[in-house]
Design a protein around this ligand. Structure first.
Ligand code: PFF
Length: 452
């Protein structure tokens, strides 16, 4: 077996894993999910899912990955003491992350195109122009496809550079920059006329909108945003060092991830209300509200608006990139280690599969709207299938696995770093993965599918 990479520093571990968690899920998906499902009420459910199910779920994947120090499929196999059937959960994660990468790259490609368009000054015009710009770009027969493919190829380039030089370096630079810029745009957005209605929409819960479906959407969004249930965290944890405090890292990452999602909401909704875009405009929300913010908020300083626009789309691209890298890494590590391939070759397999999927997804929401599955565009279908079924299923199985199958002494030693940290929390964690996490996911599933 070839030597494996490792993250070089504690900060690198947190930032790379946070880089996986923070991405389009926070800045693009969270706002339109919240907008569609009643704003603050959705956010309350979302917090509940993060705290009760997300953090224990993250810790479980960390334990499996760090203990085994290998790709996802082998990690489940090894920590179970050699039970072959548990490899299947690893395979499920590999499949899920590949499908996600397929449709995620489409939106990431839109971001790349918007970066280019803002550089060229193509996004300036009134609200109608901006709306029309998005519609004509996204339905163009080949442009969005090319941008999506370009995005996957960029991801490929980082992946072949390896763990420390590629993933860790990129994350250390980009994550702090993202945070600073986000805060700046929140301030700009909240200072637009009529913006407070958007803030209120985010902070005042209306529980009449809550149903079983909304709960499942909140659960799916929480898992999607934490990169949970895809074996991504398990793969990254295989590069953690032995003294990484798993519980603390999970808490820090979940906090940062949620904070950025809320900031994104505060960036989008005040602007949407100010320019009169419906908060439930769907996936195009950030592409039609933000160009307006950059122009209106900085109307008297157009150059500043121009620069902030460019920086914003650049950071969106980087945030997406640190996430696509993590999705890609799951399969690259798997193919390299299981098929004994060079990292480069292994990466190509994943890249080609994802390119094919991305082409299909992109066309399904653009030029070929007959590309549907079960009445939805291929893109929406992949999103729904992964977020609402595959991710919760992955987390459900992982929880049962770590709670009931894996040797509990080993779980204890990994969680507490051989009894040196978080000793008092072991029982609570064990109770949560044995009962709370699987039961809650099961109940939400049963309710959604009409059994309860
Ligand atoms: N967590 C990422 C985001 O919020 O954009 C998306 C993601 C990354 C999902 C990695 C799944 C994954 F394995």
């Amino acid at each position: 077996m070839k030597a494996r990479g490792n993250f070089a520093s504690k900060l690198g571990i947190i930032l790379a894993t946070a880089g996986s968690a923070v991405g389009l899920g926070n800045v693009w998906r969270f706002p339109f999910m919240a907008g569609h499902n009643g704003g603050a009420a959705f956010i309350v459910l979302y917090f509940g899912c993060i705290l009760l199910l997300g953090i224990p779920g993250m810790v479980s994947e960390f334990i499996i990955g760090r203990h085994s120090q290998s790709n996802a499929a082998r990690a489940y196999y090894e920590i179970s003491g050699g039970q072959r059937r548990w490899r299947l959960v690893g395979y499920l994660g590999i499949l899920t992350s590949t499908i996600i990468l397929g449709f995620y790259a489409v939106v990431a490609g839109w971001c790349l195109q918007y970066l280019f368009a803002s550089l060229m000054g193509h996004l300036s015009g009134d609200a109608d122009y901006v709306l029309h710009y998005f519609q004509s770009f996204s339905s163009h027969p080949w442009k969005p496809v090319l941008w999506a493919v370009a995005f996957i190829l960029i991801t490929h380039l980082v992946i072949v550079r390896g763990v420390q030089n590629g993933i860790e370096r990129a994350s250390k630079l980009l994550m702090p920059l993202l945070l600073v810029l986000l805060v700046l745009i929140v301030i700009a957005s909240c200072s637009l006329p009529g913006a407070m209605a958007g803030v209120e929409f985010l902070l005042k819960p209306d529980f009449s909108k809550v149903s079983g479906g909304v709960l499942l959407e909140a659960l799916g969004q929480a898992f999607f945003s934490l990169s949970l249930g895809t074996a991504c965290l398990c793969t990254y944890a295989s590069y953690f060092s032995r003294d990484t405090n798993l519980l603390k890292s999970a808490g820090q990452i979940a906090f940062l991830d949620t904070f950025i999602a809320i900031l994104s909401g505060l960036m989008i909704f005040p602007a949407a209300f100010s320019v009169g875009v419906e908060p439930d405009a769907g996936p195009s929300l950030i592409f039609i509200t933000l160009p307006n913010v950059f122009q209106q908020a900085f109307g008297h300083l157009p150059l500043l608006g121009y620069v902030i626009g460019i920086l914003f789309y650049a950071l969106l691209v980087f945030a997406a990139l640190t996430s696509t890298i993590s999705m890609h890494e799951i399969s690259t590590a798997f193919f390299a280690e299981e098929l004994n391939l060079q990292r480069k070759k292994a990466a190509w397999i994943e890249t080609l599969v994802c390119i094919l999927l991305a082409i299909g997804c992109s066309l399904s929401v653009g030029a070929v709207d007959s590309l549907t599955l079960f009445g939805q565009s291929l893109m929406d279908f992949c999103d729904m299938l992964t977020a609402q079924i595959m991710l919760p299923l992955g987390a459900f199985l992982t929880s049962l696995f770590i709670g009931w199958v894996v040797d509990q002494r080993l779980v204890h030693d990994e969680l507490t770093n051989q009894g040196t940290v978080a000793e008092g929390l072991f029982r609570a964690y064990q109770f949560s993965v044995r009962y709370i996490v699987p039961l809650c996911i099961l109940l939400i599933f049963l309710h959604q599918f009409g059994v309860l």
